[in-house]
Design a protein around this ligand. Sequence first.
Ligand code: NAD
Length: 256
Amino acid sequence: MAAPARRVALVTGGGRGIGREIALALARDGLDVAVGARTREQVEDVAAAARVLGGRALALELDVTDLEGIRRAVARTETALGPVDVLVNNAGIAEAAPFLKTDPDLWDRHLRVNATGPFLLTRAVLAGMLERRWGRVINIASLVGLYGAPYVTAYTASKHALVGLTRALALEVAARGVTVNAICPGYVATDLVWSAARNIEAKTGRSFDEAVASLARINPGGRLIEPAEVAAVALKLVWDDATNGEAIVLDGSAPA
Ligand code: NAD
């Protein structure tokens, strides 16, 4: 009997932080992974680390705001690894600004990267998933995809849009072998939080460590979440046929 085909995953923004952790967790669990990011260097490293874990891996230059680039990246993945079974829409940006300093460019940038990017990527792979009657779309949203927070209107609106996309599409594809879910973490220990802390440091005169601690305290669990905890939830979603349309909260309440 032929060996079952290996599942193929495509992870956006996979060069560092949560995306890197998810790509490596998937590789460790036996998936072949295409890792996309705007700069090749970081994803080359992640792809090399994924190969060490035993699977096939591909480093892709991929800007999630570039439709042609998305088409090329999906085609390259299909040629090198096979059709995409698991799409992880992880790439994201987060810039804080009071509402009156949120200019239209900042607003558009957040919607383009955090909401339209996942929309375009999902459109590029969904038909194949439905044809094969197996697929996973995992959207890395945020707690602010579900609740409000001050000084991040554009980010909050873009993550609400991503959760909305998740819930609507999940219903549309239900019972066809494809699930669509969102993971909604609070503050996670990555560059995104370090740069928010530097911003607080510059604006308030508080130290970097105090700024990080103040962000950690906002999480209901009172601590930063580790990227590996997000990756563990993503992995569960890959192997779970039954969870669909969920926005899974990760708030640091589990013991670290
Ligand atoms: P990060 O800044 O380390 O990672 C974001 C990644 O997205 C980077 O690799 C970046 O290069 C990439 N990216 C940005 N714009 C892109 C574009 N146009 N095309 C392709 N890639 C692009 O931060 P992270 O914490 O690892 O963030 C990963 C995801 O998790 C993001 O969607 C973020 O909103 C979400 N998230 C993060 C936190 C947190 O506190 N760190 C909390 C909730 C949700």
